[in-house]
Write a protein that binds this ligand. Structure first.
Ligand code: F6P
Length: 342
């Protein structure tokens, strides 16, 4: 069979390990494999490249995606879906592996209903895809953010400052939660709970009274003071209906400084969290996902995506995974924050 693979949505470390594993497993199983360039845009524009052992060797440790990516939504482009179907036919694909987050996989799920043979691989630094315990990219992003918090400790401590770190994750607080815990942040503020400014300032003041003259505040980009109060970089929606978040770090730093009178600075980690080499965890997860994706194709489980459940790689219907966002809900996390952020 000829199998296509595309990577869509925001890039993240671990995509190349998936591509490499898919190619190796496809070759073992006697399939031909083609890379579609730039996500769904490549399917609309019939832009592809053959993949083989040579051009997918030496990419395991490299971040990003050798196939390129885009946030193109065929359902928002005039004739987009028809063009995707034409490319599927023109390339003589027996199946397509779509590697992406809720947007890319949402398109995959709809295309399956239109008769295309698509399987999914979940990817996102945000770790907000339901059904899978982890997506690759998340662990790397957490480690980058943790290291940034470690570095900020020394400068915050030297200057006796408050440092606010704005961390990605959209409407889920997973990266801020894990990086905040691992980095020892003094406040961890998530989209899932409104920011209580008095509480944040009380912690900072209590630390001062104990002789700790600095504080580190980890804030998720989607955190808000009250509901429907997101701080945005851009109001316009993208092709999948998302706003571009960003700016809560600056807003919060200003409020903290006004209220406590302590010198406060902010840092926006932004896309550095998506850059660089994947961690060992993300390389292994990406590799396991890639191999399983070809197995799903072999079993003709179209409309399914691979996922991690109880440390086993299994298949679940994509529809189930994109039905709702996986956010930080478990009480345990909030209780833990209460205990350690004092
Ligand atoms: O979904 C991944 C992510 O990095 C989010 O954490 C962030 O809000 C968004 O993408 C940024 O989007 P863009 O890459 O379009 O700037």
């Amino acid at each position: 069979m000829k199998i296509g693979i595309l990577t869509g949505g925001g890039d993240c470390p671990g995509l190349n390990p998936v591509i490499r594993a898919v190619v190796r497993k496809a070759i073992v199983d006697k399939h031909e494999i083609t890379g579609i360039k730039d996500g769904w845009r490549g399917m609309i524009e019939n832009n592809s490249m053959p993949l083989n052992l040579d051009n997918t060797s030496g990419i395991l440790h490299i971040g990003g995606t050798i196939l390129g990516t885009s946030r193109t939504n065929p359902y928002k482009k005039e004739g987009g879906v028809e063009k995707v179907k034409q490319t599927f036919k023109a390339l003589k694909l027996g199946a397509l592996i779509a590697v992406g987050g809720e947007d890319t996989l949402g398109v995959a799920s709809r295309l399956v209903k239109e008769g295309l043979n698509v399987v999914g691989v979940p990817k996102t630094i945000d770790n907000d895809l339901d059904q899978t315990e982890y997506t690759f990219g998340f662990d790397t992003a957490v480690n980058i953010a943790m290291e940034a918090i470690d570095r900020l400790h020394t400068t915050a401590c030297s200057h006796h400052r408050v440092l606010v770190v704005e961390i990605m994750g959209r409407h889920a607080g997973w990266i801020a939660l894990h990086a905040g815990i691992a980095g020892g942040a003094d406040s961890i503020l998530l989209p899932e709970k409104p920011i209580d400014l008095n509480k944040v300032c009380d912690v900072i003041k209590a630390r001062r009274e104990r002789g700790k003259l600095f504080s580190i505040i980890a804030v998720a980009e989607g955190a808000q003071f009250q509901e429907s109060d997101l701080v945005l970089q851009k109001k316009e929606l993208d092709a999948f209906g998302h706003v571009l978040l960003g700016g809560i770090g600056a807003t919060l730093a200003k409020k903290i400084e006004e209220k406590t009178k302590f010198e406060t600075r902010y840092v926006v980690l932004g896309h550095t969290q998506r850059g660089g080499s994947p961690t060992a965890f993300d390389r292994v997860l990406g590799t396991r996902f890639g191999v399983k994706a070809v197995e799903l194709v072999n079993e003709k489980k179209f409309g399914y995506m691979v996922c991690l459940q109880a440390n086993k790689i299994v298949g679940v219907p994509i529809e189930k995974a994109v039905a709702k966002l996986k956010i930080v809900e478990d009480r345990e996390w909030f209780d833990l924050i209460k205990v350690i952020c004092v």
